[in-house]
Design a protein around this ligand. Structure first.
Ligand code: FES
Ligand code: FES
Length: 158
């Protein structure tokens, strides 16, 4: 930590409150991974292109590599670790398993968080085209996008 350059932020992550000292330049992605140990949020490009670092901030999907931890002060954050509830996988996680929508899994947590945002933050069922459009912001090097689209569409009912 730098002299006099430390801020204390308070955030709620997956329903649990944390108050942590952070340097002003610390990225939210690094805060989640290194300060809180929530390594399910992955870091690929670190400049907003690959989508691997996507989390939900006050309900909206954001790229945690494009935010500073201090910008999240007072916010409620959900990471992939918060998707499963009471030991039960989220419907999206179950669908990804069923449709073989992941291989190495590097992209998966970011896609799951963006898909959760797509499904919960709109009044209408997203179309397959809208799911594909959402996925255009996420790079997967392994699986091919078809099973990912199928998994999300099944949960969406589209
Ligand atoms: Fe954030 Fe790639 S690591 S978008
Ligand atoms: Fe490997 Fe998507 S499953 S990058």
């Amino acid at each position: 930590m730098g002299d006099g350059l430390v801020n204390v932020i308070t955030v709620t992550v997956n329903g649990r409150s944390y108050s942590e000292a952070v340097e002003p330049r610390l990225l939210l992605s690094d805060f989640l991974r290194h300060s809180l140990g929530l390594t399910g949020t992955h870091v690929g490009c670190e400049h907003g292109v690959c989508g691997a670092c996507t989390v939900r901030l006050d309900g909206a999907a954001v790229r945690s590599c494009l935010l500073l931890a201090v910008q999240a002060d007072g916010a409620s954050i959900e990471t992939v670790e918060g998707l499963a509830a009471n030991g039960d996988l989220h419907a999206l996680q179950e669908a990804f398993r069923k449709h073989h929508a992941l291989q190495c899994g590097f992209c998966t947590s970011g896609i799951l968080m963006a898909a959760a945002d797509l499904l919960e933050n709109r009044d209408e069922v997203p179309t397959r085209e809208e799911i594909v459009d959402m996925l255009s912001g996420h790079l997967c090097r392994c699986t091919g996008y078809e099973p990912i689209v199928n998994a999300i569409a099944e949960v969406a009912g589209s």
